[in-house]
Write a protein that binds this ligand. Structure first.
Ligand code: THU
Length: 124
């Protein structure tokens, strides 16, 4: 399952719009009932307006009505890519126990629980 999700994330790297950093990222998130939503990072001339691949994938899922996730895979054109702090909090809102997967290739995946990567994430 992790390998499949990682491969799905990888297919998104080419769709990334990253003319400023040239750091292309793909993400694929799986819901608890097995649906997959994908995203790539989208940068902007106003740098702060750019969004990460994870946010695009999770936003696609949440706006389709999904709320619970099992796992997200993230990969960049250069290999592993760990989610930034904002993305960790963005995902924590929905599924603190989801798995976060990355790696340089599908045979060298690293898997952590989101709550390990963001201890004591913010909740209201
Ligand atoms: N980026 C992501 O899309 N996901 C990550 O996990 C790390 C960073 C993007 C944001 C920006 O477009 C580029 O990578 C460089 O920071």
């Amino acid at each position: 399952m992790y390998r499949k999700l990682y491969k799905e994330a990888k297919t998104m790297i080419d769709n990334a719009y990253a003319p400023y950093s040239r750091f292309k990222v793909g993400a694929a998130v799986m819901t608890t009932d097995g649906k997959i939503f994908k995203g790539a990072n989208i940068e902007n001339a106003s740098f702060g307006a750019g969004i990460c691949a994870e946010q695009v994938a999770v936003s696609a899922a949440v706006s389709a009505g999904e709320r619970e996730f099992d796992a997200i895979a993230v990969v960049s054109g250069e290999g592993s890519a760990w989610p930034c702090g904002i993305c960790r909090q963005f995902m924590y809102e929905f599924s603190p126990e989801m798995k976060v997967i990355t790696g340089d290739d599908e045979d060298h995946l690293e898997v952590y629980e989101l709550a390990e990567l963001l201890p004591k994430g913010f909740v209201l």
